[in-house]
Design a protein around this ligand. Structure first.
Ligand code: HEM
Length: 194
């Protein structure tokens, strides 16, 4: 068992097999129709959304507050190994969340109405805009600044320190934006129009 689950991809494979059992045994058998494509993209959207926001919370609730307490000689373990790997999954999860979210809105027939904040899609539209701002921050502010702060690209000590502060401020911004954003995401469905 330890050998099997010691490999992450085996765990992902088992999860995917169980997912197929749930999809085909419990959902699609009860009458598959066009909604299954929407259901599948919703599922993918929430899955990668968890990966994105989960890592955002890891940075904000775990890594950033703990770094000052880590002894100097141990800091490279985080900055050279853990943070770059976490940032890889973080930024790509953000990109795929945007893509799948836009697909869900399109398949639900309200992409333009939501983005232009028309009733009754204003709530999800607001959530989409909040999440788009967050994704912009990830790709165009946090990631470029983290590359400098972590030494992935060359920068002098002063630039590194400034880049780390900018990345932290925008990471915190995304943390507070995530609270209303998620409310919009999960509530549109209840309005009966989603
Ligand atoms: C730009 C990025 C995003 C876009 C365009 C987007 C778009 C959407 C759309 C259109 C829906 C369907 C709402 C409905 O009609 O019920 C939705 C649902 C949802 N989204 Fe997002 N979203 C984005 C980011 C996120 C993020 C970052 C999360 C974080 C986990 C998230 C979590 C959810 C959840 C949990 C649902 C509810 C699914 C359901 O009730 O079926 N979304 N999103």
């Amino acid at each position: 068992m330890a050998k099997l689950l010691g490999n992450l991809w085996n765990a992902v494979g088992i999860g995917t097999a169980l997912l197929l059992v749930v999809m085909f045994g419990f959902h699609l058998s009860s009458g598959a129709d066009a909604t299954w494509v929407n259901a599948f993209f919703r599922y993918l959207h929430v899955l990668v959304g968890i990966m994105w926001i989960g890592l955002l919370y890891y940075f904000n609730f775990v890594q950033i507050p703990t770094m000052p307490k880590v002894p100097a000689e141990l800091k490279p373990a985080v900055s050279k190994y853990i943070a770059p790997e976490a940032l890889f999954w973080f930024r790509w999860a953000a990109a795929v969340t945007v893509l799948t979210g836009l697909i869900v809105a399109y398949l639900s027939g309200y992409l333009v109405e939501a983005l232009t904040l028309q009733s009754p899609y204003r709530l999800i539209g607001l959530g989409m805009w909040l999440a788009l701002i967050m994704a912009f921050n990830v790709w165009f502010v946090i990631w470029p600044n983290q590359k400098k702060a972590l030494g992935i690209v060359e920068a002098d000590a002063d630039t590194k320190a400034k880049a780390a502060t900018t990345a932290m401020i925008f990471s915190r911004t995304n943390t507070f934006l995530s609270l209303p954003m998620l409310y919009c995401m999960v509530t549109q469905n209840l309005l009966g129009q989603g």
